[in-house]
Structures are given as C-alpha cells and as structure tokens.
Write a protein that binds this ligand. Structure first.
Ligand code: HEC
Ligand code: HEC
Ligand code: HEC
Ligand code: HEC
Ligand code: HEC
Length: 170
C-alpha cells in the first residue's frame, strides 16, 4: 500500500463512523425544520391575525389519531371571493378545475414504530403549543419542539399517563 492509501482508508473510516454517531445522536431532532410549502400559507395571518380556530382546518384533531390537513375546498370557502386574483389562489382554482391537487410537505413526523394519538391529548386539554410551539406567530410552520421519547415520557410521568412501552410501541 502506498502511504497515500494508508492514510486515506483510516480517514474514510473515521468520517463514516463520525457520520453514523452524529446521525444517531440527532434522531428525531428536527427542530428548526421549516420546508417551503407549495403555497405560502401563513398561520400567522390565518390562525393569528384572523383568529380562525385550529379545528376549522384540522378537523380530525379532537376526533381521531390524526389532525389532518384541509383540502383546497376548505380554503376556497373564503378564497373564492377573498384575494381571488392572487396567483396562489389562482393556482388552487386551476387545480380544482382540472380535478388535480397537490401535497403539503409534512413537518412533524413520527417514526412508524411510534403510536401517537391526537384525540386523547386534546381530550385531556394538552395545548397544541406544547408540541408544536406558538403556531399563531409562524408565517411558515417550523418544528419548535424536539419530539423525542424523553419529551413524551417526561410529560406522561408528570401527568400520571401511561409510560409502559406498549402505550407508544406495539
Ligand atoms: C385556514 C386553515 C388553517 C388553520 C386555521 C390552521 N391551520 Fe394548521 N395547517 C394548515 C395547512 C394548509 C397546513 C399545511 C401547510 C403548512 O404546513 O403550512 C397546516 C399545517 C399545520 C401544522 C404542521 C403539520 C405537519 O406537517 O407537521 C401544524 C402543527 C398546524 N398546522 C397547527 C395548527 C394550529 C395549532 C392551529 C391553530 C392555532 C392551526 N394549525 C390553524 C391550515 C390551517
Ligand atoms: C402531545 C403532543 C401534541 C399535541 C398536544 C398536538 N400535536 Fe399535532 N402532532 C404531534 C405529533 C407527534 C405529530 C406527528 C404525528 C405522526 O407523525 O404520526 C403531529 C402532527 C400534527 C399535524 C400533521 C398532520 C397529522 O395529523 O399528523 C397537524 C396538522 C397537527 N399535528 C396539528 C395539531 C393541532 C391543531 C393541535 C392542537 C389542537 C395539535 N396538533 C396538538 C404532537 C402533538
Ligand atoms: C376564513 C377565511 C379564510 C380561509 C378558510 C382561508 N383563508 Fe387565506 N386568507 C384569508 C384572508 C382574509 C386573507 C388576507 C387577505 C388580504 O390580505 O387582504 C388571506 C390570505 C391568503 C393568502 C395570501 C394571498 C396573497 O397573495 O396575498 C394565501 C396564499 C392564502 N390566504 C392561502 C390560503 C390557503 C392555502 C387556505 C386553506 C388552507 C386558506 N388561505 C384559507 C382568509 C381565509
Ligand atoms: C404535554 C404532555 C404530553 C406530551 C408531551 C405527550 N403526551 Fe401522550 N398523553 C398525555 C396525557 C395527559 C395522556 C393521558 C390521556 C388519557 O388518560 O386519556 C396521554 C396519552 C397518550 C397515549 C395513550 C392514548 C391511547 O389511545 O391510549 C399515547 C399513545 C400517547 N400519549 C403518546 C404520546 C407520544 C408518542 C408522545 C410524544 C410524541 C406524547 N404522547 C407526548 C400527555 C402528553
Ligand atoms: C410516551 C410514549 C413512549 C413510551 C411510553 C415509550 N416510548 Fe420509546 N419512543 C417514543 C418515541 C416518540 C420514539 C422516537 C423518538 C425519536 O424519533 O426521537 C421512541 C423511540 C424508541 C426507540 C428507538 C430509539 C432510537 O433512537 O432509535 C426504542 C428502542 C424505544 N423507544 C424503546 C422503548 C422502551 C423499551 C420503552 C418502555 C420502557 C419505551 N420505548 C416507551 C415514545 C415512547
């Protein structure tokens, strides 16, 4: 082996091991994640300034596991009249007419081996802000809370909710 190869192999290994350790350490830590959405929908404007209730759009949040994201039809309840000439509203209108749609980019996302249920938390009066931050002040939805196992279990302990493994992992 040439001296070059002798240094490059351990160096590559070091970088590989380093990356794996870094990755594992940061699992679930998506704090700061704020993807650019297909339409620049602002919670600050709609949920903050206009004070539209969260449930108006997230209809599932107190009824099922998932909060759900509204269809374009919900937006058009207002926007068939409000700002109808905005290019973003026009984009939705055209899609609806073509029978097409688009997907919002997911921000908060649990791994598949975790069971989470909105309804149970809302029923116990746990506020959205506890897990999602101050959404009403966000022009762009940003993950604010590090939704790790430690975070879930800590609040369960404080509230005498179950901390048995099979509560969150089947
Ligand atoms: C007028 C409709 C509307 C209202 C009102 C609304 N939202 Fe949303 N919400 C959306 C849409 C559309 C998305 C998906 C696009 C995005 O992430 O900005 C979304 C996304 C979210 C997400 C991120 C979902 C993910 O992928 O992780 C959270 C959290 C959220 N909303 C919380 C709230 C809370 C809390 C309130 C009330 C304070 C609220 N929303 C009010 C329409 C609404
Ligand atoms: C106890 C923590 C917690 C509370 C309280 C909470 N959420 Fe969530 N939310 C989550 C987690 C965790 C996810 C990701 C779920 C997944 O990936 O399966 C999520 C996902 C979402 C999503 C994405 C779509 C979906 O249903 O997965 C929306 C929208 C949302 N939450 C809105 C809300 C609103 C509105 C409230 C208050 C009425 C709220 N959440 C309260 C933890 C919480
Ligand atoms: C309850 C009524 C209502 C609903 C429902 C609603 N909006 Fe709005 N939206 C408004 C109002 C009011 C404004 C501000 C108009 C202004 O600036 O004069 C606005 C502004 C906007 C703008 C900025 C338009 C521009 O070009 O300035 C966008 C984009 C937008 N909304 C997207 C959405 C989307 C996407 C949804 C559905 C998830 C939605 N809205 C649901 C009332 C609503
Ligand atoms: C801020 C406090 C708080 C946080 C954070 C929290 N929980 Fe909970 N959770 C509760 C409470 C309180 C209950 C008990 C509800 C009841 O007794 O009905 C509960 C109940 C549950 C249940 C039982 C629901 C059922 O259907 O039996 C599951 C599953 C659960 N939480 C998962 C999670 C996960 C996963 C996370 C982290 C992403 C989390 N929780 C974060 C307070 C919290
Ligand atoms: C209140 C909910 C909750 C309870 C109770 C819970 N977990 Fe978890 N667990 C989670 C969440 C959420 C994650 C994912 C965290 C992340 O992505 O950062 C997780 C992740 C894990 C992981 C993967 C770790 C990793 O970083 O890859 C293992 C292993 C695990 N849990 C084992 C357990 C065991 C064993 C118990 C019982 C002693 C338990 N969990 C109880 C919520 C819970």
């Amino acid at each position: 082996m040439t001296p070059f190869v002798k240094t490059i192999i351990p160096l590559t290994l070091l970088i590989l091991v380093g990356s794996v350790v870094y990755f594992l350490w940061h699992i679930g830590n998506n704090v700061g994640y704020a993807p650019t959405q297909p339409i620049p929908f602002s919670h600050k404007l709609h949920a903050g300034n206009l004070d539209i209730p969260c449930q108006y759009c997230h209809t599932g949040v107190d009824k099922s596991r998932v909060a759900s994201v509204p269809s374009m039809q919900t937006c058009m309840n207002c926007h068939s009249l409000v700002k109808a000439d905005s290019p973003h509203i026009q984009k939705m209108k055209t899609l609806i007419e073509k029978g097409d749609s688009f997907e919002w980019i997911r921000v908060h996302d649990m791994p598949d081996f975790v069971y989470f249920n909105h309804r149970r938390h809302i029923a116990k009066g746990v506020a959205c802000e506890k897990c999602h931050g101050d959404v009403k002040s966000m022009p762009v939805i940003t993950q604010k809370v590090n939704l790790t196992m430690g975070y879930c279990v800590e609040c369960h302990r404080e509230n005498k909710a179950s901390v048995q493994c099979n509560t969150c992992h089947n």
